[in-house]
Design a protein around this ligand. Sequence first.
Ligand SMILES: [Zn+2]
Length: 261
Amino acid sequence: MFGFRQWRRRRILARHAIDEATWQRVTSRLGFVARLNDDERVRLRELAILFIHAKQISAAGGLQLNEEMKLGIAVQACILVLELGIDYYDDWVEVIVYPDEFLPRREVRNEEGLIETDPLAYAGQAWLRGPVILSWADVEHAGERHGMNVVLHEFAHKLDMLNGTANGFPPLHTGMDRQSWSQVFTRAYQDLCRRVRSGEQTEIDTYATESPGEFFAVVSEAFFEMPDIVKAVYPQVYAQLAQFYRQDPASRESPREWRVK
Ligand SMILES: [Zn+2]
């Protein structure tokens, strides 16, 4: 459908083009961009422009946030919705970036059931219908270790939250089977928990064992950062994610310098 919305988007894209040198600088260290074909790369770039335009990306804690940093965040956020569309990020507007890990002043229930201030420092957070909060120090090192990527992680939570809390069950597309999703993810989650408990080294980051919601976010990161490994370790999870994201990153050619050693 070519409506007003479409027309506005075309206009935004025409007015806010990103020059090639900037694009190269920002994406050169992102392995998942290097795997894309030309058509996908063009569409990712367009989505990133629309994202920057639609969202309010602001700095906190004394961070100086420049356009390239915003673009870096936008590109990573948009790889998740490359085949879903920017509308998947419609129900919220704010991205807040701290220089480093941050201490959110929020209250949590402790083990005795009492309310206390959350004592943990975070690399990222995603709030239901609220902001995504990121630590720039962690954004900068995204993808360097075990397929970990804080931006992909938090935005995967955002997709999961489209139908309520982040519980590892995002809204599935027509034709996807809720029961298969549930079975596949439960089995893999339990398997990873068991392996971690028995002290096994795991390819998937152990933070995934925190909850089914974290499992979905962590395997989503890995799906884009090290798809071959996810496909080898949990092929059925990989297949479900491929259906959900409508992408098959393991089938994309892996440029030499990005091959997992
Ligand atoms: Zn998380």
